[in-house]
Ligand binder design. Structure first.
Ligand code: C5P
Length: 428
């Protein structure tokens, strides 16, 4: 198929339209429109993709045709619209295998719970699911559904499986739903967010094609059904690092302890409570190119969690809590015998002897870098929006100025991109 003949967004002095340049120019997009109210946004998505020089072919599922018409989609794509697996004319002209193969990227928007379930399980009972199964090209999913459907364990399972299969996600976002009065996570990403995610597939970021694992937040270690041991970590720094890595095009798996922050867009988030759950989620996410362990993992847990709430005994003293050490996630990843990421970064939140402790951790945990920060109460780092860090590696120590946590994240991600691009001998 030829490249797009659509006019570009720029204009020249001679009146001719400049050909669009950018990561999407000439990239053939197969847009699968699922049956959801967000389908109307896909009309705008077609326009945005074409503005960037990407020819678009669209498949409408049966359900999607209840929301947008083949006529409007076909008019916008200018490449026809495909709806029926057994439409002989389309089969003769294009064929579902060619439709799948003659695309550089498949975008599913809106990706309904049903479409994701089919793709996760390899079902192929209509044109959309058959083409997705027949495609060996990257697939970008823009989920859109009611928040309860998004949180359903079956959807959570399907999303995890799709991510493990290398499918990419953009959104969903939090916000009001089409259903009156409902709000939550499930709104489809906006067309421009989907375009940005599509650009990242084609090398729009320095970490495109890389997988980065980030841990964030505290862990909660249960004492009994109502009490737990925790710490003051807010997750702001770890979440900012995950967002910054995603913005550079990485596939990011964020393993987050209990925090009150929203999930960063475009990031696959695993929510956990305890250190042992965090360990399990991190090791399940390997292999990866880089791991950034920002979480403030509880060092100890209660040896035997009580099944019933501990009661005050009249005249009795406080209960003795028997503590055992938690597994060290950073050390496990840093010393992994078969799947150690090329770059392993730890954090050292200290109130005393910052540098000596950071250097010790570098060695003890097999990390390449330790980001050391002073978390004494006077610094306001814990829960605050700013951070002053030192980057400790075997090559030396760098002092960074006091910066917003978002900026610390961007600088760290830029350094990670530098390190992954450099030959291994230059590491550490
Ligand atoms: O030993 P300390 O807790 O100070 O080490 C901090 C670093 O180790 C952080 O990167 C933290 O995420 C990581 N860590 C871990 N698992 C633990 C304890 C700490 O990954 N059980």
């Amino acid at each position: 198929m030829s490249a797009a003949s659509t006019p570009g967004t720029g204009s020249r002095a001679d009146g001719a339209a400049a050909a669009p340049a950018g990561p999407l120019a000439g990239r053939r997009i197969l847009l699968v429109i699922g049956g959801g109210i967000a389908a109307y946004k896909s009309l705008d998505l077609i326009r945005r993709l074409k503005e960037r020089g990407a020819p678009v072919r669209a498949i409408l599922t049966n359900a999607a045709q209840a929301f947008v018409t083949p006529l409007s989609v076909g008019t916008l794509t200018g490449e026809g619209v495909f709806t029926d697996l057994f439409d002989l004319t389309a089969e003769h002209d294009v064929g579902h295998i060619r439709l799948a193969r003659e695309a550089d990227l498949a975008i599913v928007a809106p990706a309904t719970a049903d479409l994701m379930a089919k793709l996760a399980n390899g079902l192929a009972d209509d044109l959309a699911s058959t083409c997705l199964l027949a495609s060996d090209r990257p697939v970008l999913l823009a989920p859109a559904m009611n928040p309860t459907m998004w949180a359903n364990p079956a959807t959570v399972r399907n999303v995890a499986r799709l991510a493990a299969d290398g499918r990419r996600f953009v959104g969903p976002n939090a916000g009001p739903m089409a259903e009156r009065g409902e709000a939550g996570l499930g709104r489809m990403a906006e067309p421009l967010e989907i375009v940005a995610a599509a650009e990242r597939v084609f090398g729009g970021g320095r970490l495109a094609g890389r997988t980065v694992i980030v841990t964030s937040g505290p862990t909660h270690e249960p004492i009994d059904p109502v009490r737990y041991i925790a710490n003051r970590s807010s997750g702001k720094q770890g979440h900012a690092i995950a967002a910054a890595a995603a913005a550079e095009g990485a596939r990011v798996i964020l393993v987050s302890g209990p925090v009150t922050l929203p999930d960063p867009p475009g990031v696959l988030v695993r929510h956990v409570e305890t250190a042992r759950e965090m360990m399990e989620a991190v090791t399940a996410a390997l292999p990866a190119d880089a791991a950034v362990m920002t979480a403030a993992v509880a060092d100890w847990r209660v040896a035997a969690e009580q099944a019933h709430k501990l009661k005050k005994q009249p005249g009795g003293g406080p209960p003795a809590l028997d503590l055992v050490e938690n597994p060290d996630i950073l050390a496990t990843v840093g010393r992994h015998p078969t799947a150690r990421p090329a770059l392993v970064v730890g954090f050292a939140a200290e109130t005393d002897d910052l540098l000596a402790n950071a250097r010790g951790k570098l060695e003890r945990k097999g990390a390449d870098w330790i980001v050391a920060n002073d978390v004494s109460p006077a610094t306001g780092v814990m829960g605050g929006d700013r951070n002053t860090v030192r980057l400790v590696s075997r090559a030396g120590i760098e002092d960074w100025p006091e910066l917003p946590k978002d900026e610390v994240a961007r600088r760290l991600v830029a350094r990670i991109a530098d390190a992954l691009a450099a030959p291994p001998s230059q590491e550490g």
